[in-house]
Design a protein around this ligand. Structure first.
Ligand code: PLP
Length: 396
């Protein structure tokens, strides 16, 4: 083991006993380069972050230009910082009426935390409803509404008054009542292994929230910014949330999250008491310029449309006796093998052959395919060939 690897293990806090520990020296487009001279085809995109590819030239240039102007100057909300204002303005242009103000934070989980707080203020209620097998982040509030008990049990007590309903089941909707402040839902569940709900359920969910005066929060941290074949996943159904939560790909590879709501609702954060949500670094100018550039690249280069095309190609091409199902929308795909050991084998085998695949938090029997949205059909062919070969090599 070399010195860097040893220091990685000794001085950097670890989250698992078996990190992949690729020693990265560079990345561009759909590839990651390691110190040992290897090149990996990236089917993970930093976990749905690098939608515009690694180091897209327009994103890199925007960052460089901003570095020469200013970095952090003041906590969020006090000064007029053009990068924040321009990014918010451009995002809102892509959103329907009622989603017209953006609050920038630092991550997906912080955006969810703030969305819960906003819903409590707006409704004056405390009840929170979320779905079984959901994932909303790793801080206490987001963990409270995450439906994965294995990730929660060592952290109790969590938030009170949280109720879980089955995803995509109309009968569960009666749990939403006049006590409910917010219903938080991923419009396509990600870490549950990519679960796509029925249009009728989403419509019934919207209707029930409206009827009960509860705010509907769509957590689009993973589905957002073109990944599912539309800029935002809610556009597939036309069901519009009261609060939209964004993160991951939002910053073009730099860390940022956001929640978006109506001006009227967002106004609640300004009084009684003032500073309803505050953050030192949220809306930092660097991720804002990177995010604006990434959004423009996504629109100019038709990356959502490419995600839809390449996602269909993956679905058509992934065909092997050991694949039980390929679930997904756009480039948010789960390859279901129905066998957790086989998944371990395939992910490791792919890695050994220069292809980076990855697991799900709450679905051990499938692996994820979520490459940059810039992926070409040649690279899709390369990836599917590698997956088929890994399955051929797997012990039966
Ligand atoms: N919400 C969803 C749907 C996610 O997939 C994730 C991360 O995987 C989060 C929230 C948390 O985002 P972050 O890791 O930026 O806190």
């Amino acid at each position: 083991m070399d010195a860097l690897h040893t220091a990685f293990q000794q001085h950097l806090a670890q989250t698992s006993p078996f990190p992949l520990a690729l020693d990265v020296v560079g990345a561009e487009g759909c590839h990651i380069h390691t110190r040992d001279g290897r090149r990996y085809l990236d089917l993970v995109a930093g976990l749905a972050v690098n939608n515009t590819g690694h180091r897209h030239p327009r994103v890199v240039q925007a960052i460089k230009d901003q570095v020469d102007r200013y970095l952090h100057v003041i906590p969020y909300g006090e000064f007029i910082q053009e990068p924040q204002v321009r990014f918010a303005e451009r995002l809102v242009q892509e959103l329907p009426a009622g989603l017209d103000q953006v609050y920038f934070v630092n991550s997906g989980t912080e955006a969810n935390e703030a969305a819960l707080k906003l819903a409590k203020r707006v409704t004056g209620r405390t009840g929170l409803v979320a779905c079984h097998r959901s994932y909303h982040g790793s801080t206490h509030g987001s963990l409270s509404i995450t439906g994965n008990e294995a990730k929660k049990y060592r952290n109790r007590p969590l938030l009170p008054d949280v109720h879980f309903i089955p995803f995509n089941d109309p009968f569960g909707l009666t749990r939403i009542d006049r006590h409910t402040a917010a219903v938080v839902v991923e419009p396509i569940q990600g870490d549950a292994g990519i679960r796509i709900p029925d249009l009728a359920w989403l419509q019934a969910l919207r209707a029930r929230c409206t009827q009960m005066g509860a705010l509907l929060v769509f957590d689009e941290v993973q589905t957002g910014m073109g990944r599912t074949g539309k800029l935002f996943a809610f556009a597939h159904s036309g069901v519009v949330p009261d609060i939209l939560v964004l993160g991951k790909a939002l910053g073009g590879g730099l860390p940022i999250g956001a929640f978006v709501a109506s001006r009227e609702n967002m106004h609640q954060l300004t009084h009684d008491p003032v500073l309803g949500h505050i953050t030192t670094f949220g809306g930092h100018p660097l991720p804002c310029v990177a995010g604006l550039a990434a959004l423009e690249v996504t629109l100019d280069e038709g990356l959502a449309e490419n995600a839809a095309r390449m996602g269909d190609l993956f679905k058509r091409s992934l065909d092997h006796p050991r694949i039980k199902e390929v679930r997904g929308q756009g480039l948010m795909i789960a390859v279901e093998l129905g066998d957790a050991e086989l998944v371990q084998h395939v992910v490791k085998d792919l890695l050994a052959h220069g292809v980076l695949g990855f697991w799900f938090l709450s679905c051990p029997t499938a692996f994820r395919v979520a490459p940059p949205l810039t992926i070409s059909s040649d690279l899709v062919d390369q990836a599917t060939t590698a997956i088929h070969a890994a399955l051929d090599r797997a012990p039966s």
